[in-house]
Design a protein around this ligand. Structure first.
Ligand SMILES: Nc1ncnc2c1ncn2[C@@H]1O[C@H](COP(=O)(O)OP(=O)(O)O)[C@@H](O)[C@H]1O
Ligand SMILES: [Mg+2]
Ligand SMILES: [Zn+2]
Length: 277
């Protein structure tokens, strides 16, 4: 009897020695996964002896997803360690560790709105990372800008790599590379600041921005803008003041990609002192 080509290939594949098939399908059966319930398992016999049944497909998928997740976390962790070796501030400065969305008290409507915007930003950080969209938190000192920015960083880690730093520190870091004995190059520092998945830049506009400082800031913000990397800017300036400080070109890029959040209430610091007393 004439075999079809496929039959012939199959019989070559499974019959390596004698008449014992290497792999032989032995049918399907219902199986019960403790987590996912009933599924159809298919069985195979290897070399005429060992029986193997397929496991729960949902468990298999969950395990693959968990492995991917763990791998992404490890990568983010390794990236953060490389970055922290470069920067004086850690990813979240010590005084902001433990400052979370949960312990941010939203007493007024303005505080509630700000918290809601910043928290939902953190919850959809993966989306913002894709679109390169950021936030500008603007308001007087003590209104909780750094608190909420630290809450974002803590909630996206360890899945994503983020960095908190101040405007002054960025300028100091870049200028530090101009020294002859610097162990890193300006290009390395700018690359790191340009590529970290979330950059939180605090204390913009605390001091007067010189042309040289504006140039450095523009370099960082423009890289992030071009590569669609999200940035959170924190400033005690209103729109015009921020524009004067970072320069019009940087301001336009930020305005295009960032949501402006005004923190227009009184400083929390007197309350914090009362709570501590
Ligand atoms: N709404 C709030 N609920 C709880 N703590 C707050 C709140 N706003 C500010 N704080 C606390 O007050 C202090 C000053 O806030 P901070 O975030 O540093 O202000 P900003 O960065 O706007 O100057 C911090 O200790 C912060 O945790
Ligand atoms: Mg602050
Ligand atoms: Zn299962």
């Amino acid at each position: 009897m004439a075999h079809s080509h496929d039959d012939f290939a199959a019989s070559v594949a499974v019959r390596i020695s004698g008449d014992v098939p290497l792999v032989q399908a032995i049918g399907e059966c219902k199986a019960d996964c403790a987590t996912h319930g009933i599924y159809i398992a298919s069985g195979a016999r290897y070399m005429g002896k060992r029986e193997v049944w397929t496991g729960c497909p949902d468990c298999k998928e969950a395990q693959a997803a968990a492995e991917l997740h763990a791998e992404a976390q490890q990568k983010a962790q390794a990236a953060r360690q490389r970055i922290e070796a470069m920067v004086e501030d850690a990813a979240v400065p010590a005084r902001f560790i433990g400052r979370t969305f949960e312990n941010y008290k939203a007493a007024t409507q303005g505080q509630q709105a700000a918290k809601q915007i910043v928290q939902s930003y953190a919850e959809d950080f993966a989306g913002h990372l894709k679109r390169g969209t950021g936030l500008i938190l603007s308001g007087l000192p003590g209104t909780g800008k750094s608190h909420l920015a630290a809450a974002v960083l803590q909630s996206i880690m360890p899945m994503h790599c983020g960095l908190y730093t101040t405007c002054m520190n960025v300028i100091r870091m870049v200028r530090g590379t101009w020294r002859k004995d610097s162990d890193k190059s300006e290009a390395q520092v700018l690359h790191m600041l340009g590529t970290v998945p979330l950059l939180v830049l605090d204390e913009i506009g605390v001091q007067y921005g010189t042309d040289g400082e504006q140039t450095i800031l523009f370099d960082v913000l423009d890289r992030r803008y071009r590569d669609m990397m999200p940035t959170i800017l924190l400033t005690n300036q209103a729109k015009q003041g921020l524009k004067d400080f970072i320069g019009e070109r940087s301001f336009d890029r930020m305005a295009e990609t960032s949501r402006w959040v005004s923190f227009d209430w009184e400083s929390y610091r007197p309350t914090a002192r009362k709570e501590a007393a």
